[in-house]
Design a protein around this ligand. Structure first.
Ligand code: ARG
Length: 459
């Protein structure tokens, strides 16, 4: 097929080369951004007198017709075109004739693609932000429902200290808040306009880059035209933020999977978000959580792909950079899907609070509280720690727990121990006493919930 850029060569390329070179099968997603970007460009050309106002109006009208027809499925993409930019220009010229050929004045596909990509990803970020905020709300609602459900807190996956399920869930809300802030931050840096950088060196026409940037909702313009067409930091930054977000979802998924196992049995997922086994009738598998954990690998892969594409290419534009889009599109699609599924899954998740409490009663997770009790009775912490360790060892030998160890036995270890030791090692008391800011007491957890609700009031 003869190319629009025919001139220097006859523009006839092999079918194999065309297929290899073409990007329309994935960059057609950016048609809306491409068309609105071109409308702003035509308006600028008209306002600056680079083309006549009449010509500008004709181009804008033609473009708006194309947009309408694409949105209403009256017009299909021509897959013979190299990319979305070529398609729109070709369609425009076929509709309005030679005036259409003026649109590409003072512009190059290099700044055009950089513009479209930034505009497209800006919208993706807004969608991902909404979905992340919905997840924060859901997790925080769950935390509120289980603000006083005692469970073992773990370090090294060994039972460590008693906490509440609400406290544990709020840890994820806090992580997701940081994800939101990272995405907002990334959007801010992304939201500067490269259009007008042209091929790389700017242009001899008297353009008004600020005019175009403002029309398209950007906060400013890229200040160096070479950087404007060469930079893909904004996409890499987004992939980094998405990778961290997925890392959080993956950790959460891993815990949900563990909690669903017979070994833990801390939660039960709704039937609609689990699957059965084709052979084992007893199974209820947490496939959704496993897929979120698994898909984290894809998103990391997308980040690595783009970092690697960019690491060795000289300034300014190189065709390697066409490889940027599929990676970022895949990451955005994956994250959006995972966030939707994960939110629904968490919404339907029930905690088996009795199992959590039973698990908390095993494993001597109140041993720190026993040591603290001895400190309050006047012992230095190290001594208290040692005595508590010896008491735990004796309990294990006798098949007892701190709550059932007799007062006579306690007093053999220290005469300072009195009847009030039983309230000191009571799990509810252990939790309730942790009133420090950010701690596990119901009051502290409610403060954390209030902090999040202030940012995201319940709808
Ligand atoms: N399809 C191309 C891309 O995605 C558009 C830019 C083409 N520029 C060029 N000089 N060939 O990168």
């Amino acid at each position: 097929m003869a190319k629009m850029w025919a001139g220097r060569t006859d523009g006839v390329t092999s079918k194999l080369a065309d297929d290899f070179n073409s990007s329309i099968h994935f960059d057609s997603r950016m048609y809306r951004q491409d068309i609105t970007g071109s409308m702003a460009h035509a308006a600028m050309l008209g306002a600056q007198g680079i083309i006549t106002q009449q010509e500008a109006d004709k181009i804008i009208e033609g473009l708006s017709g194309i947009l309408e027809d694409l949105e209403s499925d009256k017009l299909a993409f021509d897959m013979e075109c190299e990319d979305i930019h070529m398609f729109v220009e070709q369609e425009l010229t076929s509709r309005i004739g030679d005036v259409g050929k003026k649109l590409h004045t003072a512009r190059s596909r290099n700044d055009q693609v950089a513009l479209d990509f930034r505009m497209y990803l800006r919208d993706e970020i807004d969608e991902i932000l909404d979905l992340t905020e919905a997840l924060i709300r859901t997790v925080t609602d769950k935390a509120e429902a289980y603000a006083d459900a005692i469970m073992p807190g773990y370090t090294h996956l060994q039972r460590a200290q008693p906490i509440t399920f609400g406290h544990h869930l709020m840890a994820y809300s806090m992580m997701l808040l940081r994800d939101v802030s990272r995405l907002q931050d990334c959007r801010l840096r992304m939201n500067v306009s490269p259009i007008g950088s042209c091929a790389l060196a700017g242009t001899t026409y008297e353009t008004d880059r600020e005019f175009e940037a403002k029309k398209l909702g950007f906060n400013g313009v890229c200040m160096n035209s070479i950087d404007g067409v060469s930079d893909r930091d904004f996409a890499i930054e987004l992939l980094s933020a998405l990778s961290i977000l997925m890392m959080h979802l993956s950790r959460f998924s891993e815990e949900v999977i563990l909690w669903c196992s017979w070994e833990f049995k801390f939660v039960e997922l709704s039937d609609s978000f689990t699957t059965g086994s084709s052979i084992m009738p007893q199974k209820k598998n947490p496939d959704m959580a496993e897929l979120c954990r698994g898909k984290t690998g894809r998103v990391y892969g997308d980040l690595m792909a783009l970092l690697t594409v960019m690491k060795g290419i000289p300034l300014a534009y190189n065709k390697d950079m066409q490889e940027d889009k599929e990676a970022v599109f895949d990451a955005c699609d994956t994250v959006k899907m995972c966030l939707k599924v994960f939110t629904e899954m968490v919404a339907g998740m029930k905690a088996l609070t009795q199992n959590m409490r039973t698990a908390a009663q095993k494993g001597f997770i109140n041993a720190t509280d026993l040591a603290d009790y001895l400190v309050r009775k006047g012992l230095p912490f190290r001594t208290a720690y040692k005595i508590s360790g010896q008491i735990v060892a004796d309990c294990i030998a006798k098949g007892l727990v701190l709550e059932t160890y007799t007062i006579e036995d306690y007093q053999k270890h220290s005469p300072l121990i009195e009847e009030d030791v039983y309230s000191a090692v009571d799990l509810s008391v252990c939790v309730e006493k942790r009133i420090s800011l950010g701690g596990t007491s119901v009051a502290s957890v409610r403060e954390q919930i209030a902090y999040v609700r202030k940012l995201y009031p319940t709808k």
